[in-house]
Design a protein around this ligand. Structure first.
Ligand code: G3I
Ligand code: 9MR
Length: 587
């Protein structure tokens, strides 16, 4: 009897270890840590018995700092009541815990320089685990090693993509690339913003990324690892261009989503589907930007910079002939078999893709001919980017290479600069979610499918405004959203797998579901709160800020995706690169 009870207890404990994340505490804070000299804020979300907070050593024996909580505030998009604990004045390096009478203890956190280095490494490394056609080896992946997934050396031209030289069911080879997300398909449109963001991280902070090593097979080959990783997807993208006309297939996909099995166990037929203007212009922009960056590595990558710019120009020409060929999956399925039901990424407006592609081509080739499209498609205002709205990527590039445009169009350049700075300034003046002191939470509209990427893309805009103005307030604001992602949010989650104390364990990610390993693949950013709840899973909380569930059925709040991780790579790398300049850390 006794033995059975002990056995049941052990089963219960291991069951809860396997299935539960750490319980929610009443103190929401960056669960990883704070820079020594940056702002340090925790948010108390449950009732208190005293207005004091205490900073303790992790063994809880010493009180090292104490302060007063703010008066209660109401959160913007949930019924959460908050009190702020501000311990920015405390700057000693170490590991700590917070305590509030009646609320209890926080998770442990650190205060140190380089505090986001681990996030920068793990968020970039996550792309290695998403690689498709090669084995993921134990010396790089530890327990997440797995056999190669889809070889994609036999991919069929779907009837929607048939052309004279490549009739339906022609076989092409389209290996490699990253899995888009929790599913096993590859989408050019989503690769567009992902690659643009990663390439921009390198272009803006080369000195930081030059030495960032992620322990991948190519590490030490004379190229920065961010470039090595980018190359794995870029080489796949190049196979998606039809050599006969320059157009780019919208996606390489199954007809329907795979089951929740490991990639090596998937044997469904793979197709490339119709070409689209959005895909072809995104491809143009990525190849033009990559060409510019690869020209620095001519020795390691002979000929590649030239091949990329040629591919970009060829795709641009195709777009000129097909300026508005949208991808409409429902229409396509009425016309062709088999019906394709995987992710659509069906952009309805391609003016921003035209703008971005023209900007990248101008910055790379320095040819005046692209000015016309830049002026024609210049956005009216700057906005947070998404897979379907890439205009600001073009703006960032023009501002990064001011000399090119200023030669031709000083006025256009000034107006683009004004837009980006005004946008960043408006993020600060709107204040975001004041009750959490984060920029995230500008409006209910921030909480969409993939809302965590909205937070990170807001930070990128703020960092760009800092690069343009050197006004430190933009950096302070950018950091608040990193704190948001790492735990200072109404859901009480650190949204990056493998980081912090309470992070997602049940992401909608086929590999993490099927691999038999308790911990999900690390370094992946969950989609985040999304009151749309399109997955129809059970959500315990349903308000905009809290509509998040760590359940693997939840593709609308708990999937991961390459376009959400990319701004996380950018932001963590940028904050690390700028930590001393911004006064977050001191030597
Ligand atoms: O455009 C409307 C907007 O006008 C409206 O205000 C808003 C209200 O919620 O909805 C907007 O549309 C949303 C659209 O994304 C644009 O943000 C849709 O509701 C929403 O369903 C749609 O979600 C997309 C989802 O696929 C479903 O198509 C996500 O952005 C996109 O990230 C996601 O991508 C999937 C791929 O298809 C497949 N692979 C996984 C990947 C990540 O989940
Ligand atoms: O796994 C799919 C995920 O990658 C997509 O983002 C999501 C929305 O398109 O769809 C998921 O697949 C589900 C499908 O839409 C409906 N049947 C169940 C599938 C797995 O949950």
């Amino acid at each position: 009897m006794k033995i059975t009870a002990v056995f049941l207890f052990i089963v219960f404990i291991s069951w809860s270890c396997i299935l539960q994340s750490q319980p929610l505490t009443g103190i929401q804070l960056n669960q990883d840590g704070f820079y020594t000299h940056a702002s340090k804020i925790a948010v108390v979300t449950s009732p208190v018995e005293s207005n004091m907070f205490y900073l303790l050593s992790v063994n809880k024996k010493d009180t090292l700092y104490k302060g007063m909580l703010s008066t209660p505030e109401t959160s913007a998009y949930s019924s959460t009541t908050t009190r702020i604990a501000n311990f920015s004045a405390f700057t000693a390096v170490g590991k700590y815990i917070l305590f509030v009478q009646g609320t209890g203890y926080s998770y442990p956190f650190s205060i140190q320089n380089n505090v986001l280095h681990a996030l920068s490494l793990t968020s970039l490394k996550s792309y290695y685990y998403q690689r498709i056609s090669m084995p993921i080896l134990p010396q790089y992946a530890g327990k997440w090693a797995r056999p190669a997934g889809h070889p994609d050396t036999e991919v069929f031209i779907h009837p929607s993509a048939a052309s004279e030289k490549r009739p339906a069911n022609t076989v092409i080879s389209s290996p490699g690339g990253w899995y888009d997300a929790g599913d096993y398909n590859k989408y050019i449109v989503n690769s567009g913003i992902t690659m643009g963001t990663l390439l921009s991280a390198y272009e803006d902070f080369p000195f930081y990324f030059d030495t960032l090593q992620t322990n991948i097979p190519e590490t030490g080959n004379g190229l920065p690892d961010i470039i090595n990783e980018i190359l794995y997807n870029l080489r796949w993208m190049l196979t998606m261009q039809d050599p006969n006309d320059g157009g780019v297939y919208h996606k390489c996909t199954n007809a329907a989503f795979d089951k929740m099995v490991m990639p090596a166990d998937c044997h469904n037929t793979r197709y490339v589907v119709q070409k689209s203007t959005a895909a072809t212009l995104d491809f143009t922009a990525v190849m033009a930007q990559a060409s510019r960056i690869f020209s620095k590595f001519k020795k390691q990558l002979p000929g590649l910079s030239d091949s990329c710019v040629h591919a970009a120009q060829y795709a641009w020409q195709w777009s000129g002939k097909n300026p508005h060929l949208l991808y409409n999956q429902a229409t396509m399925n009425k016309l062709y078999q088999p019906a394709v039901t995987t992710g659509a990424y069906g952009d309805r407006n391609v003016t921003d893709e035209w703008f971005w592609a023209a900007c990248e081509l101008l910055a790379t080739t320095r040819k005046e001919e692209y000015i016309q499209e830049i002026r024609r498609y210049q956005p009216a205002t700057a906005t947070v980017p998404s897979w379907s709205n890439v205009a600001i990527l073009g703006s960032y590039t023009l501002l990064r290479h001011k000399d090119v445009l200023s030669k031709y169009q000083q006025l256009t350049l000034s107006s683009i600069q004004e837009q980006v700075i005004n946008f960043a300034a408006s993020l600060i003046s709107n204040g975001g979610n004041k009750a959490f002191r984060t920029i995230m939470g500008q409006s209910k509209k921030d909480f969409i499918w993939g809302s965590n990427a909205v937070a990170m893309n807001q930070s990128i805009a703020l960092i760009n405004a800092y690069l343009l103005t050197k006004d430190k307030r933009y950096m302070d604001a950018a950091l608040t959203n990193a704190d948001y992602i790492l735990g200072r949010n109404a859901a009480g989650f650190c949204f990056v797998t493998g980081m912090g104390s309470r992070s997602p364990l049940h992401i909608h990610h086929r590999i993490s579901i099927a691999d038999g390993i308790t911990e999900p693949v690390p370094g992946l950013l969950a989609g985040g709160p999304n009151p749309g709840m399109q997955d129809k899973c059970k959500y315990l909380f349903t308000e905009p800020e809290t509509a998040y569930t760590d359940a693997d059925c939840s593709y609308a709040s708990n999937e991961i995706a390459i376009n959400w991780n990319a701004p996380l790579v950018y932001v963590s790398g940028a904050l690390e690169a700028l930590q001393y300049e911004a006064g977050f850390a001191v030597h």
